[in-house]
Design a protein around this ligand. Structure first.
Ligand code: SAM
Length: 281
């Protein structure tokens, strides 16, 4: 799309400083047999580097102006598939699976995601990837620096986003990337974030139940847990006090201080189920 202006609405901040490709590729731990899904190949700078290293690459781009140039550029590489689609409208394993010729099924056993994400859909993409069946084994994504820090936070500083990601994956902040590394230059710095997806969620609780409780816990900013849980779940204070005591958690604590194991204990002692049925404390 020579000459065509970058679309702000699609989060188009293209990586212009190629020195940041090496840490992205290293964090992705690529092998020649890998199947990789790239979200938003843009002008293809990361796509080119990935194509040289993996066995199958599906690159999903929403901007129709970019599709033809990408297809022409990779025409001589049949293992690279340029897909014109909205990443959020398709199951990630189907996007990559449709491009693998597996004799057993059209789903790959395992795939990775590598992407310089369009920031306006970061949370939605994270959820889309981590809740996919199957999710990627590893994701290396560029996100805003502050978002990466929030995702990697420890108890004391946790948020709904951090707990949600850490439930499914082990995050590692690989490296800060300055705004000057992109064109057009965004307002804030970015970070390379590695997400190693867990074989099983961090806590042995059904995801729907876990997120019902965690969402309620974080429903009222900076409020003590007994207040936010009572308000978030529509329970009376005595029930919530008894619940927290049974789970071994001080009712005066705030949601951001709980570890994932403590959220698990809280879920197991919960007086409600996801469908709202009371189990009694
Ligand atoms: N990978 C390129 C790079 O590093 O230079 C481009 C990254 S740019 C931050 C994000 C890319 O995602 C853009 O090319 C944009 O058009 C594309 N994009 C935006 N929304 C998308 C969506 N919903 N599905 C797929 N691609 C999308």
């Amino acid at each position: 799309m020579k000459g065509a202006p970058a679309k702000k609405s699609l989060g188009q901040n293209f990586l212009s400083d190629r020195r940041y490709l090496a840490p992205i590729l290293a964090a992705a731990e690529l092998t020649p047999t890998d199947a990789v899904l790239e979200i938003g190949p843009g002008k293809g700078v990361l796509t080119e580097a990935l194509a040289a290293r993996v066995g199958c690459l599906a690159a999903v781009e929403l901007d129709d102006r970019l599709i033809e140039p990408l297809r022409q550029r990779f025409a001589d590489r049949p293992h690279v598939h340029i897909i014109h689609a909205d990443i959020l409208a398709h199951a990630p394993p189907a996007l990559i699976g449709a491009n693998l010729q597996s004799p057993i099924s059209n789903l790959p056993i395992s795939y990775k995601v590598v992407a310089n994400l369009p920031y306006y859909i970061t949370s939605a993409v994270l959820r889309h990837l981590l809740e996919a069946a199957p999710p990627p084994s590893l994701a290396v994504i560029m996100v805003q620096w502050e978002v990466a820090q929030r995702i990697c936070a420890q108890p004391g500083d946790l948020s709904l986003l951090a707990v949600s990601v850490q439930f499914y994956a082990e995050p590692r902040l690989v490296q800060r990337v300055p705004a000057a590394a992109f064109s057009p230059r965004p307002k804030v710095d970015s970070a390379i974030l590695q997400l190693r997806v867990r074989a099983q969620p961090a806590v042995d609780v059904a995801p729907a139940h876990f997120f019902t409780v965690v969402r309620a816990g974080f429903s009222q900013k900076r409020k003590q847990l007994h207040n936010s849980l009572a308000a978030g779940l529509g329970l009376d204070k005595a029930t919530v006090q008894a619940w927290l005591t049974a789970a071994g958690i001080d009712p005066m604590r705030r949601a951001e201080t709980l570890s994932l194991a403590e959220w698990g204990a809280l879920c197991r002692e919960a007086p409600i189920r996801v469908d709202g049925a009371m189990t009694g404390v």
